[in-house]
Design a protein around this ligand. Structure first.
Ligand code: AMP
Ligand code: MG
Length: 494
């Protein structure tokens, strides 16, 4: 466990050519205070969590003081936003400080989000508000608890500085961590500018920095694309399994490492509604929950297009290779999803008819407005020879008989593989979370935090770090959402 001063910073991204980024100085907000910290994220960089409570940490992470080796910069990228290419985006309110190598030899980049203007801020103010920063802090750490690839959140600092959105809010700085923050849009910018040399430099950097093993492949750039396709497919499948809607799947929010990146108006499903749109600014429903799998492929197609000049000098051959890589998407997604769903249902074997059985459950959940998380969690209580134990899951369906009809076939299917209650129940509870960051839970923590009480943020962080454990003292966080949960409006404004 190290103190802040003992961390050794470097910044390899800063050694890329100047066009890749702009050096920037953070603009600290006045009188910062610590709102939240993640001991799990601290452990990733060998940092003693107590170090975050020191004045040095506060100065450093509000952006008022640099540690040796830090080279603050804002990275250039572009991206497709809601289907349209935007030639220049870039870190408008994120500042990369540098990277730390931990004792296992892994690298973690540290980024301040909300630390002031950069050359890419466009019309923005370079700030992030406390409300959305709490959401990103909690969701980053909750996703990690769920075992879903994600950027991490080290800590969150607040300030009373006013920030103007639809209303006046207060500002915050989130300290994010990831092995790399390179996005699909980082490649797109050089493709559309026809700066193919820089495209190659970026690909070489990503290979060296994040995928060193792929450099041994016969065609490293193709191998890179194939690996990003696989990781993205698995990531999206994991979102679908847990009922997570990202909300803004623009290509500038797609990580080259297959991490969940840039938490904005995300949402976890309450009642199961496949067409759920969590972002109230997304009027077309482009990023609806059930469209995420096809959007993942659409975004990868943008990346593949941007990588064409790297794949082959011959345009036709390059396009063929890109198509070949993209064909890996659907099988990887379907396999992860199907295996995951089988595990959620407590099935060890794959039988004909499983797809149909699952389809009927999802259909009933949709029509009967059953809660997504709780249906799967409570399904683990089902016992083969004791229908009375179905009570809690059955009660989630408006017409209880809709559940009963399905449960008869489910029991028959369980018997067909000789399923035993005890083993199945434990296995199901290990994959079906009891706790997810429902919008209304985040909202309650945000309202308290706005009054200066950060205890609910801390409680949620702790509970969501172990989402599969019972934690009976926090039963209230595993309850059905209240009526007002439907009325919460989450937009891009953050
Ligand atoms: P997002 O939709 O949050 O991923 O952001 C899209 C683009 O807008 C990125 O280039 C961000 O850096 C930029 N951006 C968003 N909010 C702000 C802000 N308040 N100040 C400056 N840039 C911003
Ligand atoms: Mg973004």
């Amino acid at each position: 466990m190290k103190s802040l001063q003992e961390l050794r910073f470097d910044n390899r991204f800063a050694r890329l050519p100047g066009v890749f980024y702009s050096p920037v100085r953070p603009t600290p907000m006045p009188d910062p205070y610590l709102v939240a910290a993640s001991p799990e994220a601290c452990a990733l960089i060998d940092l003693d969590p107590r170090a975050l409570r020191t004045p040095e940490a506060r100065d450093c992470f509000i952006g008022a003081r640099l540690l040796p080796g830090m080279q603050p910069l804002a990275a250039l990228y572009a991206g497709h936003q809601f289907g349209h290419y935007v030639p220049q985006l870039g870190d408008g309110r994120a500042i990369l400080l540098g990277e730390v190598r931990n004792q296992d030899g892994s690298f973690w980049e540290l980024q301040l989000k909300g630390a002031g203007l950069t050359p890419y801020s466009r019309d923005g103010d370079g700030r992030a508000v406390l409300r959305s920063s709490i959401r990103e802090f909690l969701c980053s750490e909750a996703m990690a608890g769920l075992g879903i690839p994600t950027t991490r959140a080290l800590c969150l600092l607040g300030s009373d500085e006013e920030v103007y959105r639809e209303q006046i809010e207060t500002g915050a700085v989130l300290v994010r961590m990831a092995p790399s923050f390179v996005r699909f849009g980082s490649f797109e910018v050089f493709f559309y500018r026809e700066q193919y040399r820089h495209l190659r430099e970026l690909a070489d950097y990503v290979l060296a920095h994040d995928y060193p093993a792929l450099r041994e492949a016969a065609h490293p750039y193709l191998a890179l694309l194939e690996e990003v396709v696989r990781r993205t497919a698995r990531l999206v499948a994991q979102w679908q399994l847990v009922g997570f809607a990202h909300g803004v799947l623009n290509t500038d929010n797609m990580s080259i490492l297959g991490l969940t990146l840039d938490y904005g108006p995300f949402g976890f499903l309450d009642r199961y509604d496949p067409g759920f749109v969590c972002n109230h600014s997304d009027h077309q429903g482009r990023y609806a929950f059930d469209r995420q799998p096809s959007i993942g492929l659409w975004n990868l197609t943008c990346l593949a297009q941007a990588m064409l000049p790297l794949l082959d000098e011959d345009g036709n051959r390059a396009a063929e290779l890109a198509q070949q890589a993209l064909r890996g998407y659907e099988p990887a997604l379907v396999e992860t999803w199907a295996d995951g769903m089988r595990a959620k249902l407590g099935l060890r074997e794959a039988h004909d008819g499983d797809r149909e059985l699952l389809g009927r459950l999802l259909d009933a959940m949709h029509r009967q407005q059953a809660d997504y998380t709780l249906t799967f969690r409570r399904l683990a209580d089902l016992r083969l020879d004791d229908p009375a134990a179905d009570g809690p899951v059955r009660d989630l369906f408006i017409e209880r008989e809709a559940f009963d009809a399905w449960a008869r076939d489910y029991r028959a299917r369980l018997r067909a593989e000789g399923s035993r209650d005890a083993g199945r129940q434990a296995a199901m509870r290990a994959v079906n979370p009891r706790y997810v960051l429902r919008n209304y839970l985040a909202q309650q923590a945000i309202e308290r935090a706005a009054r200066g009480d950060f205890s609910e943020v801390e409680r949620l962080r702790r509970v969501l770090a172990r989402p599969f454990d019972e934690q009976p003292e926090h039963d209230d966080l595993a309850a059905l959402p209240p009526e007002w949960a439907d009325q919460i409006s989450v937009s891009c404004s953050s």
